[in-house]
Structure formats: C-alpha cells, structure tokens
Ligand binder design. Sequence first.
Ligand code: NI
Length: 170
Amino acid sequence: MAARTILEFPHPILRRKAKKVRRIDESVHALADDLLDTLREVGGVGLAANQIGDLRRVIVIDIPEEDDPRVYVNPEIVHREGEREVTEACLSVPGYHGTIKRAIWVKARGLDRSSNVFRITADGLLAQALEHEIDHLDGILYFDHLEAHQSLARNETGREEEDDMESVAV
Ligand code: NI
C-alpha cells in the first residue's frame, strides 16, 4: 500500500479505456488500497485507476460526510435522470475548474471489493462522483462535457484551497 503519483492531463493513459476486472484477487485489493492511500493524501473525493496508471476498472469515492470510503470494481451507470449544473474539477487537471451538466440522480451497479454485487441509487455529490470516475474508466475527462462555447476557468492563485472547496476535485 502506498500513495502513488496522480497522472495529469495530457498523459495518454487518461484517454485509454480501462479493462473489466475478471477476478477480484490480491492485486485488485492492492490497487484499491493504493487508490485509497493516494486519495487520502491529496484529500479529494474520488479517484479512478487510470489516474495512477492502471487500466483496470476500479474507482474509489470518499464522500466527506460518510465514515468509510467506497471501492467499486467494474462500476457502470445503468440509469441517469434529470440534468443540473455543477462546478467540477479533477485531480488530473490541477488548477482549473469548470461548470458542466450532470444528472440529478443515477443508478449504478458493479462489484464491491468482496466481489458482492452492488446496486445503488445516488444523488448529489455521490452521483456526480460516480459519473466523473466512471467517465475516467472510459477515457473521458470532465471538460469533454463542456459545451462548444465554454472553457475551463483557472483557479485564482493563492485561493486554491478555497476553490477546491467550491468545486469538487473528483
Ligand atoms: Ni477526475
């Protein structure tokens, strides 16, 4: 277990599609632990395996109000409902944030780290993080959702901490 380096855009691995995990073995547990350690070190909300250079479909999400972080293997969004504007940022695109559209709520499914099937209905930050992290597994970055006339905004110098609070680094 160790905190790993977070790859930054335009690293090509961030644009690759991650592969389905066939069996949750020790190496998948080690990957999940590294993701959790890395996320804890930087204090973000979510992280996908691509971001530490591993192309397996594993994500972790740590919602501030929740006790334990979530580990999801082969997660997929099976339903999206509604549309809302959110301000979003990404640990692989430091120094920027942007306003994009996300679903109001989503249904997702996949496996937890004990190979049990999970099915969840999520809204708020969890829904946003699920969409963001599962996008990562498909090589999609949040700014791909900007409309043609929109662009990312640069975080104000010296206010990075506060900006991170306003926009969610996922
Ligand atoms: Ni991200």
